[in-house]
Design a binder for this molecule. Structure first.
Ligand SMILES: *Cc1c(COP(=O)(O)O)cnc(C)c1O
Length: 392
């Protein structure tokens, strides 16, 4: 398929422009203003001597391909891949490892990734050491003769701890380790890990990239050709690809990423400042706050603080009363959407984690996570204020 914009040209443009002008953003054949949905599982061989570019949709589909080139452009990587969910992308990347390998992972990694490592990959004899990645000495101390990879997530969920990406990636490279980073919370608008030396960037595109709580998807971007080739082999071999309709829907959402992230972040900063002063709130976590321990490192590697604010209201009873008291945000699992979403990690994302482990990681009974959407911030504050005043 020929392309309207070459990625080479697009690479030089600024982020907001890249979001609208990428390979196949305009259909070359018809001039249609969006990539067509190629709802086909297979492709006709017009001439058996010259097989078509696409031959079977698991191996390649033009709509999915447009999305894959799009995310590679945004992350500044060599090649992108689209999967049926964030966990499909993450589990596929872990399939680069073999039985007997060891991986170093941030201790407050996403719950689904924790489950994959501790209950599924462990059965395949892939061993994990969880470390506090805010402490580089812990990362270094976890190195073993069979260590093959380092998996980062920054800011982490839900207490928004910061890992120094460049420092960790450089050390990993010196030790011959593959580096992977879950960039779901920041998106390439705020943070582009490949620029800091990371080999594979992963996304739950279900969150900010899709942005509308209506599509489940995962993306991966390989920094170089060799890693890209290996991921392509796995994607085709495992078959956990994103369907054409979902690929189209995701591109449709991603076009407004910058506009959504900008407004949500502006509101999230206001919310964090407001919560710090609120008498019913005991603690606030947001990388943009002066007292956030990772703020300086975060500011070096990211262009913004994001739209997720976590805060503690003191007890489980009070957290539950707050969840029942709010009227505007969805009370739900997930984040990164046009509508605000309030989550309760203890009963949702971290329900499977033993209480002692959870408390050790700062995930207290009174902790809630607010993903700020596009509502008027004054309405969100008024709503939260009335719910907080209802607490005992
Ligand atoms: C939601 C999420 C995932 C998993 O993505 P799914 O699309 O739900 O499979 C992975 N990492 C982070 C940080 C997430 O928030």
């Amino acid at each position: 398929m020929t392309s309207h914009h070459s990625n080479q040209e697009a690479d030089k443009r600024r982020f907001a422009t890249k979001l609208l002008h990428y390979n196949n953003a305009v259909d070359e054949q018809t001039g249609a203003s969006s990539t067509p949905v190629f709802q086909a599982s297979t492709f006709h061989h017009h001439d058996i001597h010259n097989p078509p570019e696409f031959d079977y949709s698991r191996s390649g589909n033009p709509t999915r391909e447009a999305l894959e080139q799009y995310i590679a452009l945004l992350e500044g990587g060599h090649r992108g891949f689209a999967f049926a969910s964030g966990m499909a992308a993450i589990s596929t990347a872990f399939m680069l490892l073999s039985a007997g390998d060891h991986v170093i992972v941030t201790e407050d990694v996403y719950g689904g990734t924790y489950r994959l490592l501790t209950t599924i990959l462990s059965r395949m004899n892939i061993e994990t050491t969880f470390v506090d990645m805010t402490r580089f000495d812990e990362v270094k101390a976890a190195l073993k003769p069979n260590t093959k990879a380092v998996f980062m997530e920054t800011p982490s969920n839900p207490t928004l701890k910061i890992t120094d990406i460049a420092l960790t990636a450089a050390w990993a490279k010196d030790n011959g380790l593959l580096t992977m980073l879950d960039n779901t919370f920041m998106t390439p608008y705020h943070q582009r890990p490949i620029e800091w030396g990371v080999d594979i960037v992963l996304h739950s595109a279900t969150k900010f990239l899709g942005g509308h709580s209506d599509v489940l998807a995962g993306l991966a971007v390989a920094a170089d050709a060799e890693t890209g080739k290996r991921l392509k082999y796995l994607q085709n071999g495992l078959g956990n690809v994103l369907a054409p309709q979902e690929s189209w829907l995701l591109m449709r959402g991603m076009k407004t990423l910058q506009a959504r992230m900008e407004q949500s972040e502006r509101s999230a900063r206001k919310l964090a400042d407001w919560l710090v002063r609120h008498p019913q709130v005991t603690r606030v976590y947001y990388p943009g706050l002066d007292d956030h321990p990772g703020r300086e490192i975060h500011e070096r590697q990211s262009a913004g603080y994001g739209a997720v604010v976590s805060f503690d209201v003191g007890s489980g009873e009070r957290a539950k009363a707050l969840l029942n008291g709010v009227q505007l945000p969805l009370v739900a699992v997930s984040l990164g959407a046009v509508e605000s979403i309030l989550s309760y990690p203890v009963m949702m994302s971290h329900a499977a984690m033993p209480r002692e482990v959870r408390l050790e990681r700062g995930i207290t009974d009174g902790l809630v996570r607010y993903s700020v959407g596009l509502e008027d911030i004054e309405d969100l504050l008024e709503d939260l204020d009335q719910a907080l005043h209802g607490l005992e």
